[in-house]
Write a protein that binds this ligand. Structure first.
Ligand SMILES: Cc1cc2nc3c(=O)[nH]c(=O)nc-3n(C[C@H](O)[C@H](O)[C@H](O)COP(=O)(O)O)c2cc1C
Length: 260
């Protein structure tokens, strides 16, 4: 004989099922976190190599990364900061720690990042004469919906771009998300990021760059329908190449003739 479940029994079963499901979701999130973090780091490393045209097929990413000279830079002075294992330094964590970062005034904070870590990693390659010939700098700043994290790679002259790319953001696919499009990224090669007075000079041009304009060497086509992402990219580059970012370090590279 079938008996009808009471309202309490139905509620109890619904509650039990939802508790079990939420416990399963929580447990799998916790268990998957380390794998996710490893994958994120791997993707970031891949981007360090890609931005500077250094990626080799069939060689492990981590092995290729070890061939780069990774140093920490004290941003205000532009000097190298020596610590035992620079690869263990976490710039995002440092930027949240008042002891390891500075607060930026609204005038300084054109990248919308609020605080800037005291130290930042840089990745270098050198030629046969031990002169710096590639410089890879981490950059980040706010777009429309998210902070975009990426790298810019410069030649040893500190102004000629090899590439620029982001490895993390949540701008809208098809609009701001086009910062990842291969054709857009291609334009960055050979652009000069500084003007003749060594001021950051990159501009994103709405409607497209006029290649007959002498300023075209500093200009990249703006993404369409993404005014705020474009502004974010322009501003974060202005910040990280300027005096509050890597400006002092790049000036030291130049004055040393690449032999820092
Ligand atoms: C659903 C949605 C997503 C959007 N995503 C972006 C974005 O990722 N980046 C951006 O700059 N603008 C985005 N916009 C558009 C902005 O709201 C704004 O209209 C745009 O920056 C204007 O750009 P335009 O002058 O180049 O057309 C989005 C708009 C909508 C409705």
């Amino acid at each position: 004989m079938r008996t009808k479940a009471t309202k309490q029994q139905i509620l109890f079963i619904a509650l039990a099922v939802s508790l079990v499901c939420s416990a399963l979701v929580t447990i799998s999130t916790i268990l998957l976190r380390p794998i996710q973090e490893t994958n994120q780091q791997h993707y970031m490393h891949l981007n360090i190599l890609k931005v500077a045209d250094l990626l080799q097929q069939d060689v492990a990413i981590e092995k290729q990364l070890q061939q780069l000279e990774m140093r920490l830079v004290e941003l205000t002075s532009g000097r190298f900061y020596e610590i035992a294992q620079p690869e263990t330094y976490d710039p995002r964590k440092a930027a949240k720690d008042p002891k390891q970062s500075i607060a930026l005034s609204p005038e300084q904070d054109i990248a919308g990042i609020k605080r800037r870590a005291l130290y930042a990693p840089v990745y270098l390659t050198r030629d046969d004469n031990n002169q710096i010939n590639k410089i890879i700098l981490p950059i980040h700043g706010y777009g429309l919906w998210s902070t975009l994290y990426g790298f810019i790679a410069l030649q040893g002259d500190t102004t000629t771009a090899i590439g620029m790319r982001f490895y993390e953001h949540t701008e809208t696919p098809g609009l701001g998300g086009e910062v990842d499009s291969t054709s857009w990224l291609k334009q960055w090669r050979g652009k000069r990021v500084f003007d003749t007075n060594w001021q950051p000079a990159i501009q994103l041009i709405k409607g497209g760059v006029d290649h007959n304009d002498p300023s075209a060497i500093h200009q990249v086509d703006a993404l369409s329908g993404a005014t705020l992402t474009n502004r974010g990219v322009e501003n974060l580059l202005k910040f990280w190449l300027g005096d509050d970012g890597f400006g002092p370090f790049l000036a030291r590279v130049r004055s040393s003739g690449g032999s820092l």
